[in-house]
Structure formats: structure tokens, C-alpha cells
Design a protein around this ligand. Structure first.
Ligand code: GTP
Ligand code: ATP
Length: 243
């Protein structure tokens, strides 16, 4: 097949109907290449944040003999998930529109030991002078109605490419192990019920989130009883964020 040969593609739309579109193989390849290139910038932004966190973690262990990070996970949003979000928000498939409107294509999740570590790590990351904080949502101070808790921020990180500097938005979610435990299971339940969770289950999930928050507070109290407040810890909890 030549690279310019026209290809007929069957595209299945939301209502299950099939649309026929015709596209040349070279146009298809160019689109694929642009998409890869588009996502690559987000991968680099995500890697920058991962490196910053791993430096903080190592330095913490060396200096304070304490590791406030339980684990870090990250992902670049899949094309499927991105397309679903664009449809949900009524955004067209234009790269500039996607860049301007979707800020969680690169995502990093930092699971900390205790609530105070969540805020401390947030400060240590966001106060670095090559980072710009674009948005903060504190769902720990104000949990979502279903009980979801986490501290979310969208930060912009500079990435230096052969073509120059690009500033890449990265969503960073900070949470404790208990918050992560709840959110992971809730996510599974939510998808099991195709986002239509029965009311009784919603109430049970909220109760479970409250229990997780109590457990966090309890374990943190015990930790402080045994180890005291960590040296240099001046950021124990929620406050007004400068955004
Ligand atoms: N398990 C779970 N995760 C959540 C919940 N709310 C938010 N999240 C996570 O946090 C991310 C960002 O949430 P929001 O700040 O509400 O995001 P948004 O961009 O305003 O809206 P959406 O991403 O469309 O939900 C989501 O993509 C999830 O990964 C929740 O109720 N349960
Ligand atoms: N900031 C993040 N860091 C690390 N993992 C994440 C982050 N955000 C979501 N995830 C995880 O990545 C996986 C894929 O999530 P996906 O991007 O498809 O949807 P979502 O972010 O949960 O929802 P939405 O479509 O509402 O943005 C899920 O397991 C989700 O928990």
C-alpha cells in the first residue's frame, strides 16, 4: 500500500451508528505522529515532577531520617480517556483547545504517610522557583459530597526541548494511604455501577470515607506521641492557598 493511498475507516459514534470517513494513509500517519509528539511533552513534564519528588524523598531520608512519601504513581492520560473527557466537556479535537482546557493529561499522585506530610510535600514542591501553581483544590479541608479527600494542584513545569522551552501542566494529587485506599476502591465501585451508584451505597461510601479520616487522625496522633513533631515541620494542615 502506498503512503498516499486513501483508507476507508469505520468510525462508531456514541449512538452506536457507524460513520465512514476517508483518509489517506499519509494523513493518518501524520496525525498519529502529531498525537505522539503532543503526548510526549506531557510525559516529559510528568518525569520532571517525578524527579523533583524523588530528590525530595531522598533528601528527606538523609536529613531527617524520615520518609514522608509512601509511594508515587503517575500516568499520561490514555487517548480513550482523553477523548471521553473532551466529549463530556464539549471540547473539539483541536490540539490548542485540548492544551488550553485539559490540564490533567500528565498526572502524578503522591501518597504520603500522614496528613501533615501531604501539606508539607505540597509546600516543598510548589515553592520551587521553576514551578508555577495554576490551581489548588483542597478536598481534604473540604471533602467532596461523596467523601473523596485529596489535595489537588495543577502546576506548570518548564521542559526544555530541542525546539525550545515549553511549559507543561501537570496535575499532582497528594493524599494519605487511607485516602488512597478509599479512592481506589470507590473508583472501582463507581465504574462497576457505570457511574450510577445506588443511594444506599453512596451513604456507605461516605461513612467509610469518614472512618478513613478518623483513622488518619488517630495514626497521626500516635506517630507524634512516639516521634514528636518532625523537625522543621511548620505546615501541619489546611490553610488559604495563594492562587
Ligand atoms: N476515586 C475518586 N477519584 C476522584 C474523585 N473526584 C476526583 N477524583 C480524582 O481526581 C481527579 C480530578 O478531579 P477533579 O478535580 O474533580 O477534576 P475535574 O477535572 O474538575 O473533573 P473531572 O476530571 O472531569 O472529574 C479525577 O480525574 C480523579 O482522578 C472521586 O470522587 N473519587
Ligand atoms: N494525577 C494522577 N496521578 C496518577 N494517577 C492518576 C491521576 N489521575 C488519575 N489517575 C489514575 O489514572 C487512571 C486512569 O485515569 P483516567 O485519566 O482515565 O481518568 P480520571 O483522571 O480518573 O478521570 P477523568 O476522566 O474524570 O479525568 C486511574 O486509575 C486514575 O486513578
Amino acid at each position: 500500500m502506498s503512503t498516499t493511498e486513501a483508507q476507508s475507516l469505520e468510525v462508531v459514534t456514541e449512538d452506536g451508528a457507524g460513520d465512514e470517513i476517508t483518509i489517506s494513509a499519509s494523513a493518518l500517519k501524520a496525525l498519529g505522529d502529531r498525537m505522539q509528539r503532543f503526548l510526549l511533552e506531557y510525559r516529559f513534564g510528568m518525569q520532571e515532577v517525578e524527579t523533583k519528588l524523588s530528590i525530595l524523598r531522598e533528601e528527606f531520608v538523609q536529613t531527617h531520617e524520615y520518609n514522608p512519601i509512601e509511594h508515587v504513581s503517575s500516568r499520561v492520560k490514555s487517548i480513550d480517556s482523553l477523548v471521553r473527557k473532551l466529549e463530556r466537556r464539549g471540547i473539539g479535537a483541536d490540539f490548542d483547545d485540548i492544551r488550553a482546557n485539559i490540564h490533567d493529561i500528565a498526572g502524578v499522585r503522591v501518597t504520603c504517610s500522614f496528613r501533615r506530610d501531604v501539606y508539607r510535600l505540597f509546600d516543598l514542591l510548589t515553592q520551587q522557583d521553576d514551578i508555577t501553581v495554576l490551581e489548588v483544590e483542597d478536598f481534604i479541608a473540604e471533602p467532596k459530597p461523596n467523601g473523596y479527600q485529596s489535595l489537588h494542584t495543577i502546576i506548570s513545569v518548564p521542559v526544555y526541548l530541542s525546539t525550545g522551552r515549553v511549559d507543561v501542566p501537570v496535575e499532582v494529587q497528594f493524599r494519605t494511604i487511607a485516602m488512597d485506599f478509599w479512592a481506589s476502591l470507590e473508583h472501582k465501585i463507581y465504574y462497576k455501577f457505570a457511574r450510577q451508584v445506588p443511594d444506599s451505597l453512596t451513604r456507605d461510601l461516605k461513612d467509610a470515607a469518614d472512618l478513613a479520616a478518623e483513622l488518619d487522625a488517630h495514626m497521626e496522633r500516635l506517630h507524634i506521641e512516639v516521634h514528636g513533631v518532625p523537625e522543621g515541620d511548620t505546615a501541619p494542615g489546611p490553610r488559604v492557598f495563594p492562587v
